[in-house]
Design a protein around this ligand. Structure first.
Ligand SMILES: Cc1ncc(COP(=O)(O)O)c(C=O)c1O
Length: 351
């Protein structure tokens, strides 16, 4: 197994390449930072670092419960949704159990499956999107989990409510359906499935969300899941009691309340997306239309070379070959200033 290769940190690039100014558009972080309300809460907490956080995550679960209209015991919280992917596999998988996932999707599903001796059943993509029909048709007696990343990372694509409703009845009730919705706040399509509603009919749906993207709290590490009470009880047995630290709990609680901030985040992302797509079109580059805060672009040449050239100019992106799409780049939609620097440097590199 390989160690996860994360987007390069700004400090490392500055140090290695002796650069003063570096922008990171590699890990789908929020260029606006976080809500000012969160900042206020955080500054008050520096006096309380000697105390353990609340192991029950009471306040945070209370806010999630209110916002999404679910019971407190249907919620589980963790150190980013990344840790919850692992918790789900730790809880459910025995050696030889099968997990179904897309070929080009979030790599942590495969990693956590392998850690438990499970078998990843990899389904090829269809037009750069998850082939949910094939995924569902691949269920066997050994299938424990089916991983739906919607929108999908790294392709930025979604499957719609109609598409999902066509296949969901074919999923047996003993297969856990994970809806990883890390980027849901960025979705503009009206046809996106309402998984909170679908849960009422299909209690084997477990929804994963994160505070790392639109809420701008990637550095604090906090994510949550919503699922059937009995399943959640098992997950909570596996999650460490203090996995969500004091700062993360309070920040996430405050972040959920500030809906104005999320509106602004969406607005900036839509403007950035429009600008970047227009520029790609002008450059004659193919891209995958995205419902997220990142976009895949086909540069039709060795992506690692372009990645290195951009790095030397102080722009960090993700080379597609690391994500299963060689000759493509994945770039996070940043602030307009960052987007302009990226486009300018990409033009120079491709010349
Ligand atoms: C689809 C998806 N799920 C989950 C995560 C994990 O996010 P975090 O652990 O920061 O909550 C990511 C992060 O990039 C992601 O892209």
């Amino acid at each position: 197994m390989d160690i996860y290769k994360a987007g390069k940190p700004i400090s490392e690039v500055k140090r290695e390449l002796q650069l003063k100014k570096v922008i990171k558009l590699a890990s789908n972080e929020n260029p606006l930072g976080c809500s000012p309300k969160v900042k206020e809460v955080l500054s008050d907490l520096v006096e309380h670092t000697n105390l353990y956080p609340d192991a029950s995550n009471h306040e945070l679960k209370g806010e999630i419960s209110k916002k999404f209209n679910v019971d407190m015991d249907e919620i589980f919280c963790g150190t980013g949704s990344d840790s919850l992917i692992k918790v789900i596999c730790n809880t459910l998988l025995n050696p030889g159990d099968e997990c179904i996932m897309g070929e080009v999707t979030f790599s942590r599903y495969m990693h956590s499956t392998q850690l438990m001796g499970g078998k990843s059943v990899i389904i090829p993509m269809k037009d750069n999107a998850l082939d949910i029909e094939k995924m569902v048709d691949s269920i066997t007696d050994k299938t424990k989990i089916i991983w739906f990343c919607n929108p999908n990372n790294p392709t930025g694509t979604i499957f719609t409510k109609d598409q999902f409703e066509k296949v969901i009845d074919k999923i047996p009730s003993n297969v856990v359906i994970i809806m990883d919705e890390a980027y849901i706040e960025y979705v503009t399509s009206k046809d996106f499935p309402d998984s909170l509603e679908l849960r009422k009919k299909y209690p084997n749906i477990v929804i994963l969300r994160t505070f790392s993207k639109a809420y701008g709290l990637a550095g604090l590490r906090c994510g949550f899941g919503i699922g059937d009470k009995e399943l959640v009880k098992y997950f909570n047995t596996v999650i460490g009691p203090f996995d969500v630290n004091l700062f993360a709990q309070r920040a996430a609680t405050a972040a959920l309340k500030d809906t104005k901030f999320i509106d602004e985040v969406r607005k900036v992302n839509i403007e950035g997306k429009k600008y970047i797509c227009k520029e790609f079109e002008a450059m004659g580059l193919k891209y995958v239309p995205t419902e997220t805060n990142f976009i895949m672009v086909n540069i039709e040449r060795e992506d690692k070379e372009v990645f290195d050239s951009l790095l030397r100019k102080g722009v960090i992106i993700r080379p597609g070959s690391l994500l299963g799409m060689p000759k493509w780049l994945r770039v996070t939609i940043g602030s307009m200033e960052q987007n302009k620097v990226f486009i300018e440097e990409l033009k120079n590199c491709l010349k």
